[in-house]
Design a protein around this ligand. Structure first.
Ligand code: CP
Ligand code: NVA
Length: 310
């Protein structure tokens, strides 16, 4: 039976906290959990969830993953804990890591997540920040691997805002050898440090293309991926962003520019008829709900590697 190996990094704050072989190990474990070929018991282990933003998939998949591992979850809502009152992260982290065995945190500033990790004595997982969404990227690339049977030299085209999801796709893609194209309006490019780091990891000339032309980016793609135009916390910019992104809808015309066997992904939740049309979500090219299911399997695998005793 496959056994989980401990990861080199204590925390999973960024896609860069795993090496390619560790990501592949997570995929193998996830596949075993998914096919019910692996059962592990982490009885009495507790995952603390600190979510400063809403969530359906990430929260529920972490809860179910922990339950399947025989452990428990505590959902720490800032409104019902002292976090909402402004208790310092360094105090919260030192206390919670004395009760919990691992923490998954969804917050705004990536530096706040890093502050939790600095003071926590237990592993910290990024459940989404404004900069990255690394658990999402793991589920996305597992879905792609399942569909194509390989990752190398595939072209993943992301159409939309160059923020958290795009940043993690770029970094994880760089590690796994997937070519990434980002199509976004001017001013919505991915974070410069992400681009720099990704190009250092994967110095293949064709690895990363960033363009303002969604049709150029979609041409010949194996995977078309999109995300909401206005992320959580950007509600006030919604009207302006709707205008800026108006030519960036993933519709059947755009999808027809890609390879014949293209698959369409979306991290969800979606605004149908904004970033993606209803017919594309419901089309036979969509793997969006399989992708959502894979959140559970990769996070179960991730937790298993993090809960191992040293
Ligand atoms: N994709 C994703 O993270 O969804 P939730 O916001 O529902 O967790
Ligand atoms: N970019 C989106 C992703 C949601 C899963 C957001 O941050 O709201």
């Amino acid at each position: 039976m496959l056994k989980p190996n401990k990861l080199a990094s204590t925390n999973f704050l960024s896609s860069l906290d795993m090496r390619a072989e560790e990501i592949n190990h997570i995929f193998e474990l996830a596949n075993n959990f998914k096919n019910k070929e692996l059962e592990l018991n982490f009885r009495n282990k507790v995952l603390g969830l600190i979510f400063d933003k809403s969530s359906t998939r990430t929260r529920v998949s972490f809860e179910v993953a922990m339950s399947r591992l025989g452990g428990h979850t505590i959902d720490l809502n800032p409104n019902t804990s002292q976090i909402g009152r402004g208790e310092l992260i360094k105090d919260t982290a030192r206390v919670l890591s004395r009760y919990c065995d691992v923490l998954a945190i969804r917050t705004f500033k990536h530096t706040d997540l890093e502050e939790y990790a600095k003071w926590s004595t237990k592993p910290v997982i990024n459940a989404l920040t404004d900069l990255e969404h690394p658990c999402q990227a793991l589920a996305d690339f597992l879905t792609i691997l399942e569909e194509f049977g390989k990752l190398e030299n595939l072209i993943l085209t992301y159409i939309g805002d160059g923020n958290n999801v795009a940043n993690s796709l770029i970094l994880c893609g760089a590690l796994l050898g997937v070519k990434i194209r980002i199509a976004c309006p001017k001013g919505y490019e991915p974070h410069p440090n992400v681009i720099k780091k990704a190009n250092e990891i994967n110095n293949n000339d064709n690895f990363l293309l960033i363009t303002n032309d969604p049709h150029e980016a979609a041409s010949g793609a194996n995977i078309i991926y999109t995300d909401v135009w206005s992320s959580m916390g950007q509600e006030k910019q919604k009207e302006e962003k709707d205008k800026d992104f108006k030519n960036f809808t993933v519709d059947s015309n755009l999808v027809s520019k890609a390879k014949a066997n293209v698959i369409v992904l979306h991290c969800l939740p979606a605004y149908r008829s904004k970033e993606i049309t209803n017919d594309v979500i419901e089309s036979d090219k969509s793997r969006i709900f399989k992708q959502a299911e894979n959140r559970l399997h990769v996070q179960q695998a991730l937790l298993a590697t993090m809960l191992l005793e040293k």
